[in-house]
Design a protein around this ligand. Structure first.
Ligand SMILES: Nc1ncnc2c1ncn2[C@@H]1O[C@H](COP(=O)(O)OP(=O)(O)OP(=O)(O)O)[C@@H](O)[C@H]1O
Ligand SMILES: [Mg+2]
Length: 363
């Protein structure tokens, strides 16, 4: 068993006033792949380093497999890591870099060779096994660091942006490989990234972080479909979720037969029981379609930019003063400057408090 339990971790670096992690609690199940996702500086690396034992918290605790490891040194935690600044030993060949941890653990030579070959194959490092790190590209060096970590059979695998130096194609291929490897070896994994696509693709669950705190924790589809606040909705998804200023009318006695949301001149049906007043209406680009002008509830908009992306076309339109992204099929014929009518899929609409940006719970 190697679940990770993080409780109320607080860390302020010396000389800083802001907390790098601000009372973070998080439970990672045995064998789970948990992604820490968030913008630069939100505390992802700090949290990972406290789990690793490279940084000590001011308060709180870390348990791995039920054991309190908060103040244990890294080598007493049975974990293996890939750092954001991937350190490889410059004076050792690639094969010795990959097998380093195994050699330290006195694993028999034949087994080391087998594992090194397996990892090198997986990470397409076969041709470089006898080179020194200085003779590799940045992406190749990073893959050496990943290979070194995955050969270790540790209880817990910690990875801090391990794909950041790979080119787009390699990254895509490696992402799928990594998913397969981790499912195969079933190691509990804590994985840091600021790439939301990577997070959605890899994570069993995602912890979205903001300024040292977990803003939302959930399965990728939950986080994508039901962002808990406008920050999460704006961070996850490409393009990010649209947020429109709207007016809510709660309906008769706040009854179940529904209220309305007014966006510009258009009145849309909405769940009953809403407080009357301004709200932020969140909706994803793919949940908006271009419809005939006479469609009920259609919102008029002016097309600003048309971007064909191959599989779909992305429109940037204006609803009054507000900019909205709309994803339409590639064969939809629209031009700049044209007026179109938008239909918003009712079940994809999310409502947020106009001031705090927090989700209004309507489910
Ligand atoms: N050694 C340090 N001394 C002082 N402040 C630090 C130190 N390391 C990090 N910080 C600060 O703590 C906060 C969190 O940093 P952290 O490295 O955890 O962010 P991150 O989420 O990993 O960001 P990135 O995506 O850029 O790697 C930041 O405000 C950062 O400036
Ligand atoms: Mg970092």
């Amino acid at each position: 068993m190697a679940e990770i339990t993080i409780q109320n971790l607080v860390k302020t670096y010396p000389g800083q006033t802001e907390r790098a992690t601000d009372d973070v609690s998080l439970h990672v199940d045995d064998g789970e792949f948990m992604v820490l996702l968030g913008p630069s500086g939100c505390g992802k690396t700090t949290l990972l380093r406290m789990v690793a034992g490279l940084e000590l918290p001011d308060a709180g605790s870390v348990h791995i497999g039920g054991r309190d490891v908060t103040y244990l040194p890294p080598n007493k935690r049975n974990l293996s890591m890939v750092f954001q600044s991937y350190a490889v030993f410059p004076h050792r060949r690639v094969r010795h870099n990959i097998g380093f941890g195994l050699a330290m653990a006195k694993v028999p030579k034949a087994e080391i060779e087998k594992k090194v070959a397996w990892a090198a194959d997986l990470l397409q490092l076969g041709p470089y096994l006898d080179r020194y790190p200085a003779q590799l590209s940045g992406g190749q060096r990073q893959r050496v660091a990943v290979a070194r970590a995955i050969v270790m059979d540790a209880d817990v695998l910690l990875m801090d942006e391990p794909l950041s130096n790979l080119d787009a194609l390699l990254r895509l291929g490696f992402r799928a490989e990594l998913k397969r490897i981790v499912e195969q070896i079933g190691t509990t994994t804590l994985y840091v990234t600021h790439d939301q696509v990577e997070a959605l693709s890899l994570g069993d669950r995602i912890a979205v972080m903001r300024t040292g705190q977990v803003a939302q924790l959930g399965r990728p589809i939950e986080v994508y479909d039901h962002p808990s606040d406008t920050f999460v909705g704006g961070f996850i998804g490409s393009p990010p979720m649209n947020f429109l200023d709207a007016m809510a009318h709660g309906g008769v006695d706040g009854g179940v037969d529904g209220g309305t949301i007014t966006v510009g001149d258009a009145k849309l049906p909405a769940p009953g029981g809403l407080p009357d007043g301004p709200v932020r209406l969140g909706i994803r680009a793919e949940a908006i379609s271009v419809v005939d002008a006479h469609t009920e509830g259609a919102v008029p908009a002016m097309v600003d930019v048309v971007e064909p992306l191959g599989a779909a076309t992305l429109l940037t339109v204006r609803v009054g003063e507000q900019e909205v992204k709309v994803q339409v099929p590639p064969d939809v014929n629209v031009r700049n400057g044209q007026t179109v009518h938008l239909s918003l899929t009712p079940r994809a609409m999310r409502l947020y408090d106009a001031e705090t940006g927090l989700g209004l719970d309507l489910r």
